[in-house]
Design a protein around this ligand. Structure first.
Ligand code: NDP
Ligand code: HSE
Length: 328
């Protein structure tokens, strides 16, 4: 049986999740895809720490080791920030590797460029994990766009802050206690300022804007307000009135064709579709011309939901490469 060699860049919450799922589903994936996947290298900054038993020999802090691996075909990327992630993936694509990323900071800015480069190199870019964790919003929207136009997208795109708002409301946790829980559960970014300031949701919204409208609004014109502007008193007052705060990201194309976006907390009542979306869940509503409004919801962060969609991307890519459709 053919062997596909893969590298995992980043071995924190998401990278380890990929490794666990690939191991746990090894036999099933082998049978369904007709190929064996071998993780040949794992890139981290600190190679002295074995995060998962039996992986020490795979660790490197030198990206050159990855590209020196003969027959490397797939690169999973789960590190943080635009660089060095962009340069690593560009190099991977130029080396004719398929790439699968969870890195929205990098992809919001460089996604279109990487996808163009991938086309010219005959490889695929999987980026389902960049938006809404385990919610299959990218493949759903890609399918919808085959027939429909999407005119507006509205949703909760950050799991950490939705978890925090839920715990503060339900269990009267303080802001810092709720954030610490989200960090312990692996939901928060390495720098949680990105979550609470709204920057994480903003980056995800820009990726959806690229997909739905083929362009993004001017970043400097987008108002981005985080939940760090809310006080515990604001949340208590909302609860008293039977209302809930949601952190909502929205983007639409106006009548003149201009793309307008906004990210901010929104106070919603029980009739609002985002009212019941609690815990780490995300929800994305898309307004379309034929279907009407379609909403998808599910876990928006965390090791297994995120790693799962990345392994699904891998299965889809291998299926396309072999000319068949994969049903996992
Ligand atoms: P972690 O902080 O848990 O892990 C990051 C990993 O990347 C670590 O292993 C770290 O190495 C490695 N790393 C960081 N910078 C570099 C670098 N310059 N060179 C090599 N390795 C590097 O992050 P997560 O796993 O939570 O997130 C990874 C990516 O996935 C991020 O882009 C995040 O936005 C995205 N994401 C996260 C989700 C989640 O639920 N956590 C969900 C969806 C997307 P070392 O261990 O040595 O420090
Ligand atoms: N920190 C992000 C969140 C991870 O909480 O939504 C998923 O992208």
């Amino acid at each position: 049986m053919a062997v596909i060699k893969a590298a995992i860049l980043g071995f924190g919450t998401v990278g380890q999740g990929i490794y666990h799922i690939l191991n746990e589903k090894r036999e099933e994936l082998r049978q369904k895809l007709g190929v064996e996947l071998e993780v040949a290298k794992i890139v981290v900054r600190d190679t002295s720490r074995e995060r998962v038993a039996g992986t020490q020999h795979l660790l490197t802090d030198n990206i050159d080791d990855v590209f020196a691996e003969p027959g490397l075909q797939v690169v999973f990327e789960a590190i943080v920030n635009e660089e060095p992630a962009y340069s690593y993936l560009k190099r991977a694509i130029e080396n004719r590797c398929h790439v699968i990323t969870a890195n929205k900071v990098m992809f919001a800015k460089r996604g279109m460029e990487l996808q163009e480069l991938a086309k010219t190199n005959g490889v695929f870019v999987g980026y389902e994990a960049t938006v809404a964790g385990g919610v299959p919003i990218i493949k759903t929207m890609k399918n919808i766009l085959l027939v429909n136009d999407v005119s507006r997208i509205q949703g909760i795109l950050n799991g950490t802050t939705n978890y925090m708002l839920t715990k503060m409301r339900q269990e009267n946790l303080r802001y810092d206690e709720a954030l610490a829980e989200a960090q312990n559960l692996g939901y928060a970014e390495a720098d949680p300022f990105n979550d609470v300031s709204g920057q994480d949701a903003f980056k995800k919204l820009m990726i959806l804007s690229d997909l739905a409208f083929d362009e993004q609004p001017d970043w400097s014109e987008v108002e981005v307000v985080g939940i760090d502007t809310l006080t515990e008193e604001d949340l208590a007052a909302a609860k008293e009135q039977g209302l809930r705060y949601r952190h909502v990201a929205e983007v639409e194309k106006d009548a003149s064709g201009k793309i307008i976006a906004r990210v901010a907390p929104l106070l919603v009542n029980a009739e609002h579709p985002l009212y019941p979306i609690d815990d780490v869940f995300n929800a994305v509503a898309m307004e379309t011309n034929y279907i009407g409004t379609l909403t998808v919801t599910g876990p928006g962060a965390g090791m297994y939901p995120t790693a799962s969609v990345m392994v699904e991307d891998y299965a889809e890519i291998i299926g396309k490469r072999a000319g068949f459709t994969v049903t996992i």
